[in-house]
Write a protein that binds this ligand. Structure first.
Ligand code: SAH
Ligand code: SF4
Ligand code: F3S
Length: 485
């Protein structure tokens, strides 16, 4: 994903839009404040981490500036998921270096997944940055910046078994004041063979549910009306007092009794207020349970929308990907969703051209699309990541043109599917949470329905944060168009 790259649908939509987004703070800059320019790439979790970083540095007297030339400190929170994401950041770092030439006191810091993956490399070999800080070491930032101001380059890329930043209240950046991200866990214990995340984010650990509920309450009190609970694999959430993930069966009896799983967490957050919508991302087909589906069904404010990455519709490819489910298992999960929550929208992620993928494998993936009719598909060309299982075990043998051709077929199919799905909504009435003014017209507002579809409709007296009811009268492949009902 590019500047602003997200795992998970809600998040992936932002991915393309928020390429290398400069984070904007609220409020007026104090003339004496130290100025921080913070740019973020990658998934929603990474954007939420930037909000944690902003909170840590605000306490140190930093204020966010959207103008990089004014900044005393330039931080770039990075993503390693695909090669292109890293390349974009390297180019950006060269631009930052030029600013530093004119303003030698400027400190440049590399945060996030690239920092974790490359460690000292960008500091020593390419001399592009002054500090390198991995995703679990943000509390150390003030100290590292001080060291750097004292003339020393500094690095902290230690991964943690416990850190969840549970007590830090994120400073909301680039916010619409209506929707916000809340991280519920960190790291990932899965070993999908193509994926760099377990190496850059470390072991999976869950955040204390009390702090999650408290953060959701605070957001609601501040006027927010939707929270998206974030994790690389939210269905695997399990709180039993902290520390690295353990399976429920391995907990002591006391730990089991006081533990909170994802379905239970959803219910706790849903009870904050019936007017607070809850979304979550990302679900893993191997871990999503019927309890989660019933929690969605039983709480109107838990949205009818699941992002369930499939990656491939071919069992042999899934096996090489080490996804630990096969095509039939994935389809059985789709069936369970449609049976328990008939009005649930489902989106997915697909990788084209993974090692050894044949035309037949690709056809099988397209076949699942016909069967499932996803509301949205996020598709990526396989990009080999150094050090991953796939890089070590399999040859990246699908030619670039074939990867692109398969990707384009998917994109075409995806846009037909989205349009057909939107056509079916014409004549239906939805509750919509208003998020802002439409880009096309000041007279129109936009918001989303429970299924995560964007709807544009006449303004009347509504404002962001209001709920309203909209009847769909028309659509494009990307948007529903409606009138107030
Ligand atoms: N934790 C989430 C996904 C995180 S990454 C999950 O398990 O679904 C977001 C998406 O990026 C993945 O779903 C996958 O489709 C894609 N992705 C990850 N590694 C990739 C790689 N090496 N090349 C291409 N796409 C990749
Ligand atoms: Fe990567 Fe797999 Fe973990 Fe998702 S579940 S972050 S794809 S290793
Ligand atoms: Fe997210 Fe990219 Fe890291 S997708 S977890 S920022 S590699």
């Amino acid at each position: 994903m590019a500047k602003g790259q997200f795992s998970g649908a809600l998040v992936e939509q932002l991915e393309e839009k928020r390429q290398g987004e400069a984070m904007q703070g609220n409020g007026v800059a104090n003339a004496k404040a130290k100025l921080l320019y913070l740019e973020s790439y990658g998934c929603a979790m990474n954007f939420n981490d930037s909000e944690i970083v902003a909170s840590i540095l605000k306490k140190e007297g930093y204020e966010i500036t959207p103008v990089m030339h004014d900044a005393h400190l330039i931080l770039v929170n990075t993503c390693s998921i695909r090669e292109r994401a890293e390349q974009t950041v390297r180019n950006r770092l060269r631009q930052f270096s030029r600013i530093k030439k004119n303003k030698p006191g400027t400190v440049i810091g590399l945060l996030g997944c690239m920092a974790e993956r490359l460690k000292e490399k960008l500091l020593e070999q390419e001399k592009l940055v002054d500090i390198v800080v991995g995703p679990d070491a943000y509390r150390e930032l003030p100290k590292l910046i001080d060291e750097c101001n004292g003339g020393q380059k500094s690095v902290n890329v230690l991964l943690s078994l416990e850190e969840t930043y549970a007590d830090i209240s994120p400073v909301r950046l680039g916010t619409n004041g209506v929707t916000a991200f809340v991280s519920i866990m960190r790291g990932c214990d899965n070993m999908c063979s193509f994926c760099v995340v377990p190496y850059t984010r470390g072991r999976e650990r869950s955040r204390n549910p009390e702090t999650i509920v408290q953060e959701a309450k605070d957001m609601f009190d501040k006027g927010f009306r939707e929270v998206t609970l974030l994790g690389q694999n939210v269905d695997s959430y399990l709180w039993f007092g902290g520390g690295p993930k353990k399976e429920f069966e391995k907990l002591t009896k006391e730990e089991q009794e006081s533990s909170v799983n994802f379905a239970q967490l959803l219910e706790l957050v849903a009870k904050v207020s019936p007017d607070l919508r809850i979304r979550f991302s990302t679900s893993h087909p191997k871990d999503i349970t019927d309890d989660v589906l019933y929690a969605i069904k039983n709480h109107k404010n838990i949205c009818n929308y699941i992002h369930l990455p499939m990656q491939s519709g071919s069992s042999p490819v899934l096996k090489r990907m080490n996804r630990t489910y096969d095509r039939e298992w994935y389809l059985s999960k789709i069936d369970a969703i449609k049976t328990i929550i008939p009005d649930c929208a489902v989106s997915t992620d697909i990788i084209t051209g993974f090692c050894g993928e044949t035309d037949e494998d690709h056809k099988n993936t397209m076949g699942v699309l016909d069967y499932t009719q996803f509301e949205f598909v996020y598709q990526f060309k396989y990009s080999e990541r150094p050090g991953t299982l796939a890089a070590r075990q399999y040859e990246d043998d699908v030619p670039e043109e074939i990867k692109t051709q398969r990707l384009n077929e998917l994109i075409k199919k995806q846009s037909e599917m989205s349009y057909n799905s939107n056509l079916k909504d014409i004549g239906r009435t939805f509750e919509v949470l208003v998020e802002g003014t439409s880009k096309r017209s000041e007279e129109q507002l936009y918001g989303r329905n429970s299924q995560n579809k964007v709807i544009v409709f006449p303004k009347a007296d509504y404002k962001p944060g209001d709920y309203t009811t909209v009847k769909v009268t028309d659509c494009t492949a990307g948007t529903l168009i409606g009138e107030l009902a």
